[in-house]
Design a protein around this ligand. Structure first.
Ligand code: 5GP
Ligand code: ZN
Length: 114
């Protein structure tokens, strides 16, 4: 499958790994918007939330558990941080492999929308 994040997970495309477990891979965004900008993805290819069902929905709790770990690793808990999923066209989703953005590392992340 021609998916850039599947290629990052397999190692075919290099990435700056932040965290990995059996079901989740996380890496630094290539164009960081904040001092800490990490992408957290399920290892299985799921296009976006539209494809979440009772059968595969476990990946959402796996992703959030990974976000919690990464926030602790990166020292984000005290200041707080933002988690974003861009879902589909209006949200500007660029890569159609489900991912959460973790944004943090500064005192004030600004308003929710630019
Ligand atoms: P989206 O707009 O789909 O929510 O976000 C896709 C994100 O993936 C963007 O923030 C973009 O900078 C990041 N990205 C796209 N291609 C690559 C890549 O090859 N490596 C890394 N590390 N990040 C990428
Ligand atoms: Zn993929």
């Amino acid at each position: 499958m021609d998916c850039i994040f599947c290629k990052i997970i397999s190692g075919e495309i290099p990435s700056e790994k932040v965290y990995e477990n059996a079901s989740v891979y996380a890496f630094s965004d290539i164009h960081p918007l904040t001092p800490v900008h990490v992408l957290v993805v399920p290892k299985v290819h799921i296009k976006n939330i539209d494809d979440i069902s009772e059968e595969n929905g476990r990946v959402m709790s796996d992703l959030f558990a990974a976000v919690n770990e990464i926030a602790a690793m990166k020292g984000l808990r005290e200041k707080g941080y933002r988690v974003i999923i861009n879902n589909g066209k209006a949200a500007g989703q660029e890569v159609f492999h489900l991912h959460m953005h973790i944004l943090g590392g500064k005192e004030d992340l600004g308003g929710m929308l630019a």
